[in-house]
Write a protein that binds this ligand. Structure first.
Ligand SMILES: Cc1cc2nc3c(=O)[nH]c(=O)nc-3n(C[C@H](O)[C@H](O)[C@H](O)COP(=O)(O)O)c2cc1C
Length: 257
């Protein structure tokens, strides 16, 4: 089977998670594994998706490997999924599964997020392996990894995959109109509404407008979409040591203020 390992960790070849896939590659030489450090290449795929599209088309199985970051997946994986959808590459009928490492804090949510996106792309989803970050160092963890892979191969061979629980029906967009009259405002509190909306997100904008109208204080809106981020979190933990982000885009200062 042609397996494409989409390594979405920003750590690239130093990722803990990708080592589980490397371990499986060593155990199962009869299968072909191609590793792509998508987490590190995400900016180049924004410019040109062709190299990744070629790899995606060749694969029988996409294996997403990534760390759980802040209760879900790293930014780099979110962006990858957006790019795959924007490109329109046909992945329907291909198998998809995933390996994460984490401390199991919301790994369930991360797995669901990837599964749901694979359903959107018409893929056949096989449940993934939510490993602990130290698992590969133990015999039990190694056994869990090979059991997962055996199960995955069996599922692909016999066409056993997760079926989506149902899709919300398509419907016309309806736009909520602000209705709340402006309450008198007092000073003394600095209320900041942190948001991320696009100009077409009228409902969110109108809800914010109502919220601000009802609020008895003056408020400011900060739309994160306008901040020129240099990139997604690299998980370097530099901030834990110095309080500063390694990126020089000024976001740490902006966040504090
Ligand atoms: C910024 C950051 C956020 C994290 N958030 C979570 C989390 O929400 N839940 C969790 O269980 N582990 C979390 N972790 C731990 C990572 O999932 C764990 O270290 C993982 O094994 C790293 O894998 P990698 O080396 O493949 O990138 C976080 C780590 C970092 C650096």
């Amino acid at each position: 089977m042609k397996i494409l390992v989409l390594n979405a960790s920003p750590k690239g070849k130093n990722s803990t998670t990708v080592h589980t896939a490397l371990y499986l590659q060593a155990l199962y030489p009869e299968h072909s594994f191609t590793f792509v450090p998508v987490g590190q290449r995400i900016k180049s795929y924004e410019k040109d998706f062709t190299p990744l599209r070629t790899e995606l088309k060749k694969a029988d199985l996409l294996l997403f490997t990534y760390p759980v970051y802040t209760f879900i997946a790293p930014y780099q994986l979110h962006r990858l999924i957006e790019l795959m959808k924007e490109d329109g590459v046909d992945l329907s009928g291909k198998f998809a599964s995933q390996i994460t490492t984490s401390k199991h804090f919301y790994d369930v949510t991360a797995h669901r997020y990837v599964e749901e996106n694979c359903f959107d792309l018409g893929m056949k989803v096989v449940r993934g392996l939510p490993a602990d970050m130290d698992d590969l160092l133990t015999e039990k963890g190694q056994q869990d990894a090979s059991n997962f892979f055996e199960q995955l191969l069996f599922s692909c061979k016999h066409g056993l995959f997760v079926t989506p629980s149902g899709r919300a029906p398509r419907r016309e967009k309806s736009v909520y109109q602000p209705v709340i009259p402006s309450a008198p405002k007092t000073t003394g509190k600095d209320v900041v509404i942190v948001t991320n909306y696009d100009q077409s997100d009228e409902n969110l904008q109108n809800m914010i407008s109502d919220f601000r109208a009802a609020l008895p204080y003056e408020s400011r809106v900060v739309n994160l979409r306008h901040f020129p981020f240099s990139g997604g979190c690299l998980g370097c933990f530099g901030c834990a040591v110095t309080g500063k982000c390694v990126y020089k885009d000024g976001f740490d200062e902006f966040l504090r203020k």
